[in-house]
Design a protein around this ligand. Sequence first.
Ligand SMILES: [Zn+2]
Length: 497
Amino acid sequence: MNAVIYTRVSTTEQAKHGYSLASQELECKKFAEKEGMKVVKIYREEGVSAKTTNRPQLQNLIKFCIENKKSINCIIVWKFDRFTRKLEDQIELFGKMQKYNIRILSATENNEESAIGNLVRNVIGTFAQFENDIKSERVTAGMKEAFLQGNWLWKAPIGYKMIGKKLYIDEIKGSHIKKIFEDFATGLYRQTDLLNYLKDNNIKISANTLCDLLRKPVYYGYLVNEKYSKEPIKGDFEPIVDEQTFYRVQAILNGNKAQAVPHLRQNPMFPLKQFITCPYCNQSLTGDTPHGRKGQKYYYYRCYNKDCIAHFNISKDKLENNFVEYLTKIKPDKSLLKLFKTIMNDVYNKSTEEARNSYNSFNKQLEGINNNKSKLLDLLIEEKISSDAYKMKVEQFEKAELDLKSKIAVNDIPENDFNECLEYACNVLDNLDKFWLNSKIDIKERLQKIIFPNGLRYESGVFRNSQMSSLFKIIGTLSVPSINMVPPSEFESLSTP
Ligand SMILES: [Zn+2]
């Protein structure tokens, strides 16, 4: 057991009673010896005021004890009142030491039964608890206040940075986050595509983190925390994406909005890999590059199924030439395309009218909900309903409100560049073979998937498809009234016809 001794005399005491530091020290040492303790250090406070804060030696002692909390077991004083007469100070000190498992013992008083000892023991627990409660109450109240003022209270989310206590968009990372939201909102990308994009731009996060990230209202500038507020609070910082984009993303995540067929990243040498299947076993072909004897490369598509009877393979050039030829065969003829254009225009006009109508109706409903909410609040203020009833009802309204907002976000009113898009799409269809040949790998793949969602089977020079896309079916029959347009912006940005 290691002990530290603390002795103190005020100038008056020394003069009046002769409680010298030396005699205090002696009694403390005797006590330590009796208790079998080793004295490792002695602090002597001479002629200073009773205030703890003004006592340098006491401060040193506390510092020493904290620094050596593992090896110090107790502090010995001549009398408890050596520390301080002020109860708060006393309690604070005892509490602090108790936290480090350091006992404070009096050399001349009964350590178990002394009045101050008992009081301190009883009070410390309550007082410490009380202090904690007050502190956390204050912190919570402060945080709530800051939250309601739109302050971000936590670690900056990816794409943002904290400067002082304010959230700012991190220019580089923020632009990447904006890009993944906007890409995902088109419905043309999978989450793994976003992850790869982020990885390429030095933002390495897990799939789970990405999933959480896409749902965080902070990105459209709102704070949501049930603890502080039932309603989302408009943040005092710039949003990274607009509300419309955010809600589109939510709709896709919730499965309310269809995603276009996902594509796999591929070797640009083999655009038909994983798309054309083996004529013998129906497994997807993969790319292969065997080297010739003189080091020259030969490109092949090959069936790697070890159970396949044929180990089918075909040279890249042959398969791709056949494929392009096939595209020229299936592309619709010009008169059909013209008819298709006319019909699409009709469909467009009809569907925009519908979309506008439902847009107006959704907004009317939203207005209705807001009116009801404010009426409800009036009722609460007039004490005509209980706060429980209010809460319950408000929750219902809010749920309906959220539902409507997400419906509005998904309810596309096609842009006015529809005609341009249609022209473009028809141009692609008219030049399918050339378009495929001249496109980059990802456009090639997407085009293949759009035309043949289930891939193609190659059989002695002939392609067989189990299913052609609805687009081609429509052009083939021109009888289906509505069609899900895939926004062609992706094509435009990546390749020109
Ligand atoms: Zn095979």
